[in-house]
Ligand binder design. Structure first.
Ligand SMILES: Nc1ncnc2c1ncn2[C@@H]1O[C@H](COP(=O)(O)OP(=O)(O)OP(=O)(O)O)[C@@H](O)[C@H]1O
Ligand SMILES: O=C(O)[C@H](O)[C@@H](O)[C@H](O)[C@H](O)CO
Length: 164
């Protein structure tokens, strides 16, 4: 199994929850991309302003460095565009990506049930879907998130185990 695992998808797709559980089962370190945003980025998102390429640039460099600095690590990161995913892969050849794939309604419903999170609002979620360029199956293993948490976790682990 690869030592670096990235769990990606739009806000609310379950990256933090599923990523944490994967790390727990595998005994890997878990890092949440959300914890590495600058104050300016967090403040923007709190105000309901989506991040742009420039806002995400330094953040992705930091996250790639974190992936390099940890031996066995699971990173939750939106990684919405191919160039963002390429940046995360920089200098790493032992990396697997899991794409948490879900439809807008399912994820919006989960957003509304979530409390105390700075990323809120239907417009913000719409902007995540508008920015998302889905990875191919070669780029990232697709995991259907409609099922209950344990099923999603099971599918994610099975996928990681059977692939390099
Ligand atoms: N398979 C699932 N079934 C039901 N609820 C789920 C499932 N996966 C995640 N959730 C719930 O959906 C919400 C969003 O999950 P989570 O916060 O992990 O998403 P995220 O992708 O990390 O979001 P963000 O990028 O905004 O931090 C949480 O309340 C979580 O408990
Ligand atoms: O690329 C982005 O637009 C951001 O990473 C967002 O996805 C947020 O960090 C996160 O999802 C909010 O919790």
């Amino acid at each position: 199994m690869n030592k670096k695992i990235v769990v990606l998808g739009v806000s609310g797709s379950g990256k933090s929850l599923i990523g944490q559980k994967i790390a727990q089962v595998l005994g890997y370190v878990f890092l949440d991309g959300d914890d590495f945003h600058s104050e300016a980025n967090v403040s923007k998102m709190r105000q309901g302003i989506p991040l742009n390429d420039e806002d995400r640039s330094d953040w992705l460099i930091t996250l790639n460095q974190e992936l390099q600095n940890h031996d066995r690590v699971v990173l939750a990161c939106s990684a919405l565009k191919p160039q963002y995913r390429a940046q995360l892969r920089n200098n790493l050849d032992d990396i697997s990506m899991l794409y948490l794939k879900g439809d807008f309604d399912t994820i919006w419903q989960r957003h509304q049930q979530r409390e105390n999170h700075y990323f809120n609002g239907k417009d913000m979620l719409e902007s995540q879907f508008a920015t998302l360029v889905e990875p191919s199956e070669q780029e990232a293993h697709h995991i259907d998130i409609k099922k209950p948490v344990n099923e999603v976790l099971k599918q994610a682990l099975a996928t990681l185990i059977k692939t390099k």
